[in-house]
Write a protein of this length. Structure first.
Length: 148
């Protein structure tokens, strides 16, 4: 069985095992399939129906760990089933790592001397600090340094 077929089989059987009542979804009308509908799983996992359907067809390559966790929660997978889903995703990526390699570490933001001078000039009793556009801590007053 290839990876796509195995992913499809795994997700559809797990979806069929969860009843709407067990998932906390109100039952409305006749159901043609046992268990949850794709749209219900997608809503519980916080993703579009189209994206979940693509994943259920076996296209797990490049999927993030967060998406897999959301699907595992929606399908109420146990630890062994969750590990199997992660393993299927690793196989689909063609590597032993689920996540892509991290980017180079970001360098600390350079603080302009004028900003540091302005912060050092603040004599108010409250500490002050500055952050960069990516909200990483950039600099602070000497009073702030005493508080941390």
């Amino acid at each position: 069985m290839n990876n796509r077929a195995e992913v499809h089989e795994f997700l559809t059987t797990r979806r069929a095992k969860i009843t709407p009542e067990r998932a906390g979804i109100p039952v409305a009308g006749q159901r043609r399939v046992p268990g949850l509908r794709r749209s219900e799983v997608a809503a519980l996992a916080g993703m579009s129906v189209e994206y979940y359907a693509k994943l259920e067809r076996g296209s797990l390559a490049g999927v993030s760990a967060g998406v897999l966790e959301a699907i595992a929660r929606a399908l109420q997978l146990d630890d062994a089933e969750r590990a199997h889903l992660m393993h299927l995703a690793q196989e689909a990526n063609g590597s032993g790592a689920l996540l892509r390699p991290s980017r180079r570490p970001r360098q600390a933001a350079a603080v302009r001397p004028s900003l540091q001078w302005s912060l050092d000039a603040i004599t108010a009793p409250a500490p002050a600090s500055s952050t960069s556009t990516i909200t990483s801590w950039a600099t602070s007053t000497s009073r702030t340094r005493r508080w941390t």
